[in-house]
Design a protein around this ligand. Structure first.
Ligand SMILES: [Zn+2]
Length: 254
């Protein structure tokens, strides 16, 4: 059972997995019944979370809503440190994560739009290099684990800044592979999936972010706030919610 789950989770692209996995995971949820860990996104409790990742991480995926460690952290951040759930806002969610979509759609205070170039979960088909909205349209943008895939991350950042209203903010997470290099590495001549996996950490990544990620965001005109919430939480909470140990939330503002 465990091997089957971890095989499927590793081999099936996440966007497709999200569409079909509901039923299989309902069954898995029965095997993981318990009260050791809690998912703040869907409020379910389990003995532990499911393993997930190419290099499988134990205790990662919520069987009920598919939230991963980083999604649980972002949820807690929104809930406890912002007025996201109450203030009227227009929001663009790029490459939307399934665990958030239904919940964001149900929020009365959000005018919520999802967009992506290929995800079947998104309503608007769009290229992040040329976002099909006028400038100063959105109060909030979410765009997580996208910038490592796109041709020009700087252009994508500039586009997001363009469509963001003055005073608006965005959460722009990217993966980091340790040990971190000082500078982000990209090389457009590397195109084969095998080479990309070796050099950039995944077969569809086109760059490997370094310690200069915040600087890159700033170069697109953003004010960058590095939220170190997980480092400030009590250890028991980090464990209870199975949060990523050292993930910084990159909140950028216009
Ligand atoms: Zn959940």
């Amino acid at each position: 059972m465990k091997q089957l789950i971890s095989f499927l989770l590793r081999r099936v692209p996440r966007k497709y997995l999200q569409l079909v996995s509901h039923y299989g995971l309902r069954v898995a949820a029965l095997f993981y019944k318990g009260n050791n860990v809690q998912c703040p996104v869907c409020d379910s409790t389990f003995r532990k979370f499911l393993p997930y990742g190419r290099q499988s991480r134990e205790n990662a995926l919520c069987p009920s809503c598919l939230a991963l460690e980083r999604h649980r952290l972002i949820w807690l951040y929104l809930r406890d440190r912002t007025d996201f759930f109450t203030k009227e806002r227009k929001m663009l969610h790029i490459a939307p994560e399934l665990c958030f979509i239904d919940r964001f759609e149900k929020l009365d205070n959000l005018d919520y739009i999802t967009g992506d170039i290929e995800s079947p979960l998104a309503k608007v088909k769009m290229d992040i290099h040329e976002i099909p909205f006028e400038e100063n349209t959105f109060d909030v943008i979410f765009c997580n684990h996208v910038l490592e895939h796109v041709d020009s991350d700087i252009k994508a950042m500039q586009e997001m800044r363009r469509v963001l209203k003055p005073g608006g903010w965005a959460i722009l997470q990217v993966p980091f592979f340790y040990p971190l290099e000082d500078e982000t590495f990209e090389d457009k001549s590397i195109t084969s999936p095998t080479e990309r996996e070796k050099v950039f950490g995944q077969d569809d990544h086109v760059r490997m972010y370094g310690k200069d990620y915040a600087k890159r965001l700033a170069s697109a005109g953003f004010k960058v706030v590095e939220e170190k919430m997980v480092m400030e939480l009590p250890k028991e909470e980090v464990k209870r919610y199975a949060l990523p140990q050292d993930e910084i939330i990159y909140r950028v503002e216009k």
